[in-house]
Design a protein around this ligand. Structure first.
Ligand code: NDP
Length: 385
């Protein structure tokens, strides 16, 4: 029987469960590319419930315990004295969400001789040292597509929030003010702007599709070009690399995975080649941007705004400069953890566990590392092309 160590973000401050704003979430048929939704054999939660926090347990306790496994759930994940580190040495399975990642560094993996499976309840397994997972023959899996559309929606929201300067305008209202001149002095229309998408994968392409009706000129770069008919449909201009892209746009949205190639990509030098007053929305990974270079560019006016929901490390410390930098519309890492997203990645996590315990193959689209090498989605996304 296995020990499953589940790391989740803490419960709401006012207690669990919360009082939900709505009674149901829409039922989807499939993902936009036709991929089927998660198909676990059973589900022990009502879709739409907060399952991503500690008391929600991703709805896994009954299923695991009835099968004779042990489930340990904690949000205490940092440092040698954390519950996570104390429970890790005899864990067979570790599960965490990118929003509250249980960093599986080489040092931690060395302390987990029993570990056979690391599941990302969500998308993006960069919090796991994949090279060490390969070396130790640990399977790494994530719930591909589970929250991609939610992230695309969040991206569009943040593009509009920055360009129209929503946040200061809302603050004026809540503070009892009505000074229109203050409210509009940095407010622009998105219409007619050049918008550039860095990486047109599942999320990037959904952002393109959602922004096209705004009457913007769309640009993108990716390791592989989209089909010609897709480029034509959205009037897309392809750029061979990010340097070429950023020179010709007003708004950049970032949707590449964090890899050795993308870490620190948005630095002082790249920022200096952008149009003055550009905007960046990065819901991919915080470490793709140089933290202090972003602050400098906002302070100098080279950037007119920066938003996203990803930071490094997470949770971000209370004095992280992105919390206080000018013209930011940051959120904590929430875009992929709407109640809809949680329902899908919790169900996908259960599907992965069911397959793993039954010794059935895990869907290739969920696999990142398997059998001592990159596999499935991971072979495409994380292995060097
Ligand atoms: P996909 O794998 O569908 O798309 C990633 C795209 O990035 C692919 O098109 C890939 O190219 C491209 N790419 C990879 N490396 C580079 C590079 N060096 N330069 C240009 N393009 C590159 O993933 P998703 O769209 O589902 O997710 C993207 C990322 O978003 C995830 O890796 C994760 O980090 C983040 N994410 C964030 C969430 C949040 O809550 N904020 C939730 C979900 C994901 P190609 O395939 O053509 O080789």
């Amino acid at each position: 029987m296995a020990k499953v160590l589940l790391v989740l973000y803490p419960d709401p401050i006012d207690g669990y469960p919360p009082r939900y704003a709505r009674d149901r979430i829409p039922v989807l048929d499939a993902y936009p590319n036709g991929q089927t939704l998660p198909t676990p054999e059973g589900l022990d939660f009502v879709p739409g419930a907060l399952v991503g926090s500690v008391s929600g347990e991703l709805g896994l306790r009954r299923y695991l315990e009835e099968a004779g496994h042990t489930l340990v759930v904690t949000s205490d994940k940092e440092g040698a004295d954390s519950e996570f580190e104390r429970e890790l040495p005899d864990a067979d399975v570790v599960i965490s969400q990118p929003f509250w990642p249980a960093y599986l560094t080489p040092e931690r993996l060395a302390k987990a001789p029993n570990l056979k499976l690391a599941v990302t309840a969500g998308i993006g397994s960069d919090h796991v040292d994949l090279a060490t997972a390969i070396e130790k023959n640990i399977t790494v899996a994530e719930v591909t597509y589970s929250n991609s559309i939610g992230v695309a929606e969040h991206t569009v929201m943040q593009v509009l929030a920055l360009v129209r300067d929503f946040i200061p305008q809302h603050r004026i209202v809540t503070e009892g003010g009505w000074n229109i001149a203050d409210a509009v002095q940095r407010s622009y229309d998105l219409e007619g702007m050049d918008v550039g998408v860095l990486a047109a994968g599942r999320i990037g392409r959904a952002v393109i599709e959602r922004l096209a009706p705004f009457g913007v000129r769309l640009h993108y770069t990716d390791r592989h070009r989209l089909p010609e008919e897709v480029e034509k449909q959205h009037g897309l201009t392809f750029h061979p690399d990010v340097r070429d892209l950023v020179r010709e746009i007003d708004v950049l949205t970032v949707h590449a995975p964090l890899t050795a190639e993308t870490e620190g990509l948005i630095d002082d030098e790249l920022l200096s080649t952008m149009r003055r007053g550009s905007y960046i929305v990065n819901p991919a990974r915080g470490a793709i941007a140089d933290r202090d270079a972003i602050v400098r560019a906002l302070e100098s006016g080279q950037l007119a705004g920066y938003a996203g929901d990803v930071w490094f490390p997470q949770p971000a410390q209370a004095d992280h400069p992105w919390r206080a930098m000018p013209h930011n519309a940051m959120t904590p890492h929430t875009s992929g953890s709407s109640l809809n997203g949680q329902a899908r990645y919790a169900a996908g996590t259960r599907e992965i566990l069911e397959d793993f315990f039954a010794e059935r193959p895990i869907r290739p689209e969920y696999l990142i590392v398997d059998g001592g090498g990159y596999a499935g989605t991971g072979a495409h996304s994380y292995a060097k092309s």
